[in-house]
Design a protein around this ligand. Structure first.
Ligand code: WTA
Length: 631
C-alpha cells in the first residue's frame, strides 16, 4: 500500500513527481514483484512517438494480481459476483480460487493453441469467467482484445480482423435485465469474415440453443475438465503488449489502443489506491463493463493488484427496478462505489422511492467516470447516496491513458461539483489554444494536452503506428492531445468541458460521428449524412443525424426504422441516432467541408448566433434546416 493521506502530502508528492519523474515512478514500481528489475525507467520522445517505461524489466502481471496475494490473502474474497437475477445465487471467489481458475483456464488456452503474443478476442457478458479469461491470457502472454458484448457482428468482425485474433472466447447468450441476448450467434456471423480464427471456446451461461462448428468450436466446461490447476506464468518484458482495446476516434474505423505490461501495472494500482483511498478489506464496486477501459483498469487489474475485493455485476441498474445498485451495495456492504453520470441521471429520474428502502451506510467513497457530471446529478449523488458524508471523486481519464489522470483524492482534495479538480502525481496537464500555444495562468480555457509521459499512456494503435502519431501527437508538437476541451478555474481546478473533436459521448460511450455516418450511408436511399451531438437529459449527449435522401416519397417513420436497423447492424444499439432529420442539403464550405458547428447549434435549438456563414456554398440552406428541426 502506498497511499497519500493529506493534501500537503499530495502537494509534496506532486512536486517530487514533476521534479524527478523517473525516481518517483521507480519508487512505485519497486513495490511489485519483478522477475528481473528494469534497466532504464523511462525513454521517450513524443514525435515518433516512442515511450518505454521500465525497459528490460521482466514480469508477469498476474503474479502481482494473484500469486503474490496467496501469502496472507489466499482466503480473502477477490471477486464477488452478483448475477443479473437477484434470486440467483451469486459467487464469491477467494484469491486462491481465482488463482486456480486462472491457471486452469490458462492451460485450456494453451491446449487450444494460444501462445505468447497471440491475440485472443473475448466477447462475453459480465460473468466471473470474463475476468478469468482476461487474466488467463495475461498469464500466458497472449494479448487480450475484449469487445463489449453489445457490439454488432460487423463491429466484432472488424476488431477481430484488425488484430488478427486466432481464438475467440464467448458465451452462448447473455442475460440483460429481462432479456436474453444472443452472443454465440453474433460470433458465428462475425466469423464468416474472420479467417484467422481457429478456435472458439464457448461458456454456457443461458443454455440457449446454439450451433457448434465441428473442429472450431469447443465448450468451456469440457475443456476445463481436462485442465490442471497450476500454470507457470510466462515471463514478459515490461514493454510487451498486455492488451488491445478498440475505441472510437474522430475519423475512420475504431482504433486498437495498445497497453503494455509494466507501465499499465504500476499506473492502475497506484491510481486505484490513491484516488479511492482504498483500505484493506474494502469492497469496491465499479459498475462498468469489462468491455470498456474502466472495467479493465478498475474491475480487474487495479483492484486485484491492490489485493482488494472487486464486485462484478452482470445486470443493469434498472432491473428488476431502479433500486438495484443500492440493493447490491447493502447486500455486500460496498465501501467504494464507482459509476457513470448517465446512470445517476437515469436513477435520479426514477425517483427517491427506489433509494429509500436501503441503508447505504457501508459507503465511504463515491466516484464517477466517463463524461462530465452536471451539478444536479452530483448533488443528488452526494445527498441521497452519500448522505452528505462520502467524498465524490469525479475522475477524468481515457482508454488511451489506462488510468485516472485528473481527479480528487477521496476525502483529501476539496471537491467542487462538476470539477475533476487536480492532476494526479506524475501527470502534467497543459491547456493550449488552437495553434498549440500554451494558455497559462488560472481562469482560462483551452484544449487539454499532457506534456510528459506517464506509465499508463498509450504506446501505439495496433498495426498502425502512424495513426497513433497522427491522432494524438501530431496536432500539437511534443504534446499528447486528449481531444477534450477543458477549463482551469481561479483555484487551478480542472473542469473537462467535453470533446473538441468529432467524437460524441453518449451515455459515457465514445461514438465517432464518421462511424455512424458510414453506417447510415449504407442505406440505398441515403446520399449523404452528418451526425452531431446535442445535450440529452439522461445520456449526456444524444445523436442527431441529418440525412439527404434520394427518395422524396420516403415515409419518415419507416426511414428512421431502417436507419436504426442499419446502425444496429454496423455498430450496435449504442450508436443509434436519437433524432433524424431529412434535409435537402448540408451546410458546406466551398471546399466541401461540412460546417458541423452550425448543425450542432440547430440540433441544440440554439439559433442565436451561427457565426460567419458567408463561406458557405449555399447560405440559404441554414434557414431550411432550421425550419425542419426535429425537436
Ligand atoms: C470523457 C473512459 C468529463 C472525455 C475512462 C474523455 C470525461 C472520454 C470524464 C474518454 C470526466 C471521461 N469528466 N469527461 N470525469 N471521464 N470523460 O476512452 O471526453 O471511454 O476523452 O474512457 O470520456 O472515454 P473512454
Amino acid at each position: 500500500m502506498d497511499r497519500i493521506t493529506t493534501i500537503e502530502q499530495y502537494q509534496a508528492e506532486y512536486e517530487k513527481s514533476i521534479a524527478n519523474p523517473e525516481s518517483f515512478w521507480a519508487g512505485k514500481a519497486e513495490q511489485f514483484f519483478w522477475r528481473k528489475k528494469w534497466d532504464r525507467v523511462l525513454e521517450w520522445n513524443f514525435s515518433a512517438p516512442s515511450v518505454k517505461w521500465f525497459s528490460g524489466g521482466r514480469l508477469n502481471i498476474t503474479e502481482n494480481c494473484l500469486d503474490r496475494h496467496l501469502q496472507g490473502k489466499a482466503e480473502n474474497p477477490a471477486i464477488i459476483w452478483e448475477p443479473n437475477t437477484p434470486e440467483e445465487p451469486g459467487r464469491i471467489l477467494s484469491y486462491k480460487q481465482l488463482y486456480e481458475e486462472v491457471c486452469r483456464f490458462a492451460n485450456v488456452l494453451k491446449k487450444n493453441g494460444a501462445k505468447k503474443g497471440d491475440r485472443v478476442c473475448i466477447y462475453m457478458p459480465m460473468v466471473p469467467e470474463l475476468a478469468i479469461a482476461v487474466l488467463a491470457c495475461a498469464r500466458i502472454g497472449a494479448i487480450h482484445n475484449v469487445v463489449f458484448a453489445g457490439f454488432s457482428a460487423q463491429s466484432l468482425s472488424g476488431r477481430i480482423q484488425d488484430s488478427d485474433c486466432t481464438i475467440v472466447l464467448c458465451s452462448d447468450g447473455a442475460y440483460r435485465g429481462a432479456k436474453v441476448i444472443p452472443i454465440k450467434e453474433v460470433v458465428d456471423e462475425a466469423l464468416e469474415t474472420c479467417p484467422s480464427v481457429q478456435r472458439v471456446i464457448v461458456f454456457q451461461r443461458t443454455n440457449s440453443s446454439i450451433k457448434m462448428l465441428d473442429g472450431r468450436d469447443v465448450y468451456w466446461a469440457e475443456e476445463l475438465k481436462k485442465a490442471d490447476a497450476s500454470c507457470e506464468a510466462v515471463e514478459m518484458d515490461a514493454e510487451d503488449m498486455l492488451f488491445i482495446l478498440y475505441t472510437s476516434g474522430s475519423t475512420g474505423k475504431p482504433k486498437g489502443v495498445v497497453h503494455t505490461c509494466g507501465g499499465y501495472m504500476v499506473y492502475t494500482k497506484y491510481t486505484f489506491e490513491n484516488v479511492f483511498q482504498y483500505n484493506p478489506g474494502d469492497v469496491f464496486f465499479c459498475t462498468a463493463d469489462i468491455g470498456w477501459i474502466t472495467g479493465h483498469s478498475y474491475i480487474v487489474y487495479g483492484p486485484l493488484l491492490a489485493g482488494a475485493t472487486t464486485l462484478m455485476f452482470e445486470g443493469v441498474p434498472t432491473w428488476p427496478d431502479a433500486g438495484r445498485f443500492w440493493k447490491i451495495i447493502d447486500k455486500y456492504k460496498v465501501n467504494i462505489f464507482y459509476t457513470a453520470p448517465t446512470a445517476l441521471r437515469a436513477l435520479q429520474a426514477s425517483g427517491l422511492d427506489f433509494v429509500k428502502p436501503y441503508k447505504l451506510n457501508s459507503l465511504r467513497v463515491l466516484g464517477t467516470v466517463g463524461e462530465p457530471i452536471n451539478v444536479e446529478a452530483w448533488n443528488w449523488y452526494d445527498q441521497n447516496i452519500g448522505k452528505g458524508k462520502c467524498p465524490i471523486v469525479d475522475t477524468w481519464w481515457q482508454t488511451e491513458t489506462a488510468g485516472i489522470m485528473i481527479s480528487p483524492l477521496a476525502g483529501i482534495t476539496k471537491t467542487k461539483p462538476g470539477y475533476a479538480t487536480l492532476p494526479l502525481p506524475g501527470i502534467q496537464p497543459i491547456l493550449v489554444d488552437n495553434e498549440g500555444k500554451e494558455i497559462s495562468g488560472n481562469g482560462v480555457e483551452g484544449n487539454l494536452c499532457i506534456r510528459f509521459p506517464w506509465p499508463g499512456m498509450i504506446r501505439t494503435t495496433y498495426g498502425d503506428h502512424e495513426r497513433c502519431r497522427q491522432n494524438y501527437f501530431a496536432t500539437y508538437k511534443n504534446l499528447y492531445f486528449t481531444g477534450d476541451g477543458c477549463k482551469r478555474d481561479e483555484d487551478g481546478y480542472y473542469r473537462i468541458t467535453g470533446r473538441v473533436d468529432d467524437v460524441i459521448n453518449v451515455s459515457g460511450h465514445r461514438i465517432g460521428t464518421a462511424e455512424v455516418e458510414n453506417a447510415i450511408n449504407q442505406h440505398p436511399d441515403i446520399v449523404e449524412s452528418a451526425v452531431v451531438g446535442y445535450p440529452h437529459d439522461i445520456k449526456g449527449q444524444g445523436l442527431y443525424a441529418y440525412v439527404i435522401s434520394s427518395n422524396q416519397q420516403h415515409d419518415l417513420d419507416l426511414l428512421r426504422k431502417e436507419i436504426a436497423a442499419i446502425v444496429n447492424k454496423a455498430i450496435g444499439p449504442i450508436a443509434r441516432p436519437d433524432k433524424i432529420q431529412i434535409v435537402p442539403g448540408l451546410p458546406k464550405t466551398r471546399s466541401g467541408k461540412i460546417m458541423r458547428r452550425i448543425l450542432r447549434k440547430i440540433a441544440e435549438g440554439d439559433f442565436s448566433n451561427f457565426g460567419d456563414i458567408s463561406t458557405l456554398l449555399d447560405p440559404t440552406i441554414v434557414e431550411t434546416i432550421k425550419g425542419d428541426r426535429v425537436s
